[in-house]
Ligand binder design. Structure first.
Ligand code: FNR
Length: 371
């Protein structure tokens, strides 16, 4: 088969992606009380019309306090699932596999939308209606000076949290999503449990690597159990904290192996987020494919499928990553915000569909007759 790997279908359990291009989760901070708005349909719909093999909805909070901002999507109630269902249905109708990332903000909860300052809520934000709440974390240590001090979760809280992840999974399946990704990255709750930079507990959920991994592994088991066997499970990790004394690549290898043993299908390899300098790592100036080595090492060492993400913008680069065996899936984030038709243009770069036959007929019929 001469078709580039990027455009060969790939099977994940009972689900087949038509190509290996994934739009990764990207928060739009445009929800209301966790409910999606028209913005979400327009935003996500473009990616499906644009030809992505899978579209993963932005991190969707499993509890109300698990939101990052007041604009986060939520799935803590059955009513949320009812409103998410049309999004899943539309993605599927255009040929993309609908997926959803579920998570909890941890000590980054109750903050500003990025474009409002990307920091803790100010008196002006609060006067404007963004009522703060106390974030929750493994330890009562704020992200940085000036941030809210989180409440330390106790064992009952963790039981509730596990239930919330399992319930969120069931709701997502009911809503029509065909894959779930657990957010274990970027300094949010689960990664703060994993990282020695955020977890100072002395009970079974802290201390050594086994203790710090415990909650994430339990949740992976619960989510796997709640997800039908034919649907694939992704876990997004921060492969490294990239801070002295933090989570290292060797920890990621152990974690990925444990996740694989619990029926996780794909490790989505990101990095960072545990930094007090900012709430996110994605603004840092990095080079193309800077996180690919993490996906490659985990794929080879653990023998599990991986998704590469981070400044992959050139279709030929994406193909090289797949050809090299460095990853199974390629996520296109900000470049898809810039160009939602990236997958279709990538197909053009390989001269795969000069007659626009794979485009939605509403567009393709016309484009073919353009010249
Ligand atoms: C993100 N990212 C992100 N990651 C995640 O795991 N869950 C999320 O909800 C979000 N939200 C989010 C919002 C926006 C606006 C951006 C730009 C990014 C990170 C994202 O999935 C991806 O890993 C990075 O953007 C790096 O990939 P690109 O953009 O270089 O292709």
């Amino acid at each position: 088969d001469k078709t580039p790997l990027l455009f060969q279908p790939i099977q994940l359990r009972g689900i087949t992606l038509p190509n290996r291009i994934v739009v990764p989760p990207m928060c739009m901070y445009s929800a209301e009380e966790g409910f999606p708005t028209d913005f979400h349909m327009a935003h996500l719909g473009k990616f499906a019309i644009g030809g992505a093999g899978m579209v993963i909805l932005e991190v969707t909070a499993v509890t109300r306090d698990g939101r990052i901002t007041h604009g986060d999507l939520g799935i803590w109630d059955d009513e949320h699932a009812k409103k998410l269902a049309p999004l899943a249905a539309f993605l599927k109708s255009e040929g993309s596999v609908p997926a959803i990332q579920i998570g909890h903000s941890g000590r980054k909860g109750s903050m500003q939308r990025p474009w409002k300052g990307n920091g803790p809520l100010t008196p002006e934000d609060i006067a404007g209606g963004d009522t703060p709440w106390q974030p929750e974390a493994p330890s009562a240590v704020p992200l940085a000076d000036g941030w809210l001090t989180p409440r330390e979760l106790d064992l009952d809280d963790m039981k509730r949290l596990r239930g919330a992840f399992a319930d969120a999974t069931k709701r997502a399946v009911d809503a029509g999503f065909e894959s779930v990704e657990i957010h274990c990255a970027h300094g949010y709750l689960l990664q703060t449990f994993l990282s020695p930079l955020g977890n100072f507990r002395t009970d079974a959920y802290g201390g050594d690597l086994q203790g710090r991994m415990r909650l994430s592994l339990e949740i992976a088991e619960d989510v796997r159990e709640a997800l039908p066997d034919n649907l694939p499970l992704f876990v997004r990790i921060s492969a490294v904290d990239a801070i002295e004394g933090g989570w290292e690549m060797e920890d990621s290898l152990v974690f990925a192996k444990e996740l694989k043993d619990r029926g996780v299908d794909v490790i989505d390899c990101s990095s960072g987020g545990q930094t007090p300098k900012g709430a996110t790592n994605f603004k840092l100036n990095r080079s193309p494919g800077y996180q690919v080595p993490y996906a490659a090492e985990i794929r080879r060492d653990v023998g599990i499928m991986t998704q590469a993400v981070g400044l992959i913008t050139d279709p030929h680069h994406a193909e090289e990553i797949l050809q090299a065996g460095d990853a199974d899936l390629i996520a296109i984030g900000r470049e898809a915000l810039y160009n939602p038709f990236w997958p279709r243009h990538a197909a053009d770069a390989f001269r795969l569909d000069e007659d626009f036959e794979t485009w939605p007929p509403q567009y393709g019929w016309w484009l073919d007759k353009r010249a």
